[in-house]
Design a protein. Sequence first.
Length: 377
Amino acid sequence: MTAPGDKANQSREKFATLRQQVWIITPTMTMKALRWLLPVLALMSALLIGAAGAPANPQASARTWAVLDYLASLEPRTDKRMLSGQFTDFGSRADLALPKEIHRQTGHWPALIGVDYAEFNPAANQSALTTETPNRVAIAYWREGGLVTVSAHLGNPANPSGGGLRDKGVDLAELLAPGTATHERWMRELDELVAGLQELKAAGVVVLWRPFHEMNGGWFWWGAKEPAAFVRVWRHMFAYFTTTKGLDNLLWVYSPNHGDHTADYYPGDDCVDVVAIDAYTDLVDTENVKGYAALARLAKPFGFGEYGPHGPSNPPGDYDYRRFLAGVMANFPRTTFFMSWNAKWSPASNHDAPELFNHPWLVNREDLPPGLAGNAP
């Protein structure tokens, strides 16, 4: 029986051969013919990946297929194989200041930016959802040819006062119990997320959607629960977003925190496209970033969903980012992207950003294939 990874590799080889055959005849084509051909190639790529490399949503758009195929193609490469990424900020504070600063320092734009739909107030233990500014930033970066990931520090629907990001004792089963106030609040929260993601769909943006991050830790209301209960909530969101609401522009990212139980909450290959790990540490090795092996066994593209030096609070801004790159190359060979967090976790606020962004391993925005992101041909 052919292994899933073998099937995906065979499909990509078939597509590569077909693409070479097609491009043999394209130098004499008109621009009109080329504009027709590029979307066709993206669709053929999607069809030829095979079941193992297909998006979890069988109705995913051709461009969503193409982004996933591109991510999957990076791992075997010896250079240009890891997307650079920078988180912008939460909610209405999102902007492109950090990507611009990275470009000023290095001459390169990150391949990937991140936004978060939470209007986040950690001091008050509250978060409300807002999509206007994050979407404006995401659409602008996409139109310039960059990729986008969206996360959300969700409010606790079991809390009638709102907020409650770090509430304890939440029974996840109540979220899925029709007729309860918690279920009604949860569905309203899902609909707010849907409205934001639908706006991105209308703008043509493919989203690496990263819900319920760090679910194996106990610091968010959805975290450190009984795995089966968590899986039911994830799968309910997946079905509601994809089947009920028709969001065909999402790639679903499963992103636990480094440590124990990284794969215990995995909801299944049929509702996950990408796996990631969140880590805040100077020491990028498997002794200090635990849980990689369990995630690496999953047949999905892998990356760092969040990375920051020092630790989860009060970074001093004196980190040599060459250490991160060396650690990834030596210890996390399946890595295809990273998302540096903002503030003093960012390469822009630490040392050796030019050495990082100029390294042959990195894929920056200008290195992405033409037409992968941005306005369709």
